[in-house]
Design a binder for this molecule. Structure first.
Ligand code: FES
Length: 152
């Protein structure tokens, strides 16, 4: 199942992050399963516990199934000072999830992250690869509704 990815990389430890990224990006639920961890461990001859440690160290990886749209809200100081706490509260309310959880319909996963590098537009969030800045509670609601509408 992972052979097509392994084929692209020599079995060396320095390829671990690249392989993990590719496995996660190719999984419809954008996560790395225990089965994948074991397969990578076997291929690179690395203990699964070490791989798990890497996965939990980097916030861009997930060991839990996630939704189609991954929301990452920045909570670094410039965004916090511009009200990211209100934005996270709004997202929690409209999605009915806590941080780290996925909506029942598997459409959205809510995460927080550190600076996204666009502090001039604080508060900022990313949804998958798209960046949204100058957020307000109304703007966030409109973005989520638009994404939900695209699913119908
Ligand atoms: S602090 Fe939020 S984008 Fe930089």
């Amino acid at each position: 199942m992972y052979e097509s990815i392994f084929k692209k990389y020599t079995p060396e430890r320095e390829n671990l992050i690249y392989i993990l990224h590719e496995i996660q990006d190719n999984h419809p639920q954008q996560y790395i399963s225990e089965e994948a961890i074991n397969a990578v461990g076997k291929y690179l001859r690395i203990a699964p516990s070490h791989i798990f440690g890497v996965l939990t160290f980097y916030t861009m990886f997930s060991t839990k199934p996630r939704g189609k749209h991954i929301i990452r809200l920045c909570e670094s100081p410039p965004c916090f000072l511009k009200g990211s706490d209100k934005i996270i509260a709004k997202l929690r309310e409209i999605l009915n999830v806590r941080v780290g959880e996925t909506t029942i319909d598997n459409l959205f996963t809510l995460e927080i992250c550190a600076c996204l590098g666009v502090c001039g537009n604080a508060p900022v969030m990313m949804i998958n690869e798209d960046v949204y800045g100058d957020l307000t509670e109304d703007k966030v609601e409109a973005i989520i509704n638009k994404l939900k509408g695209e699913e119908k």
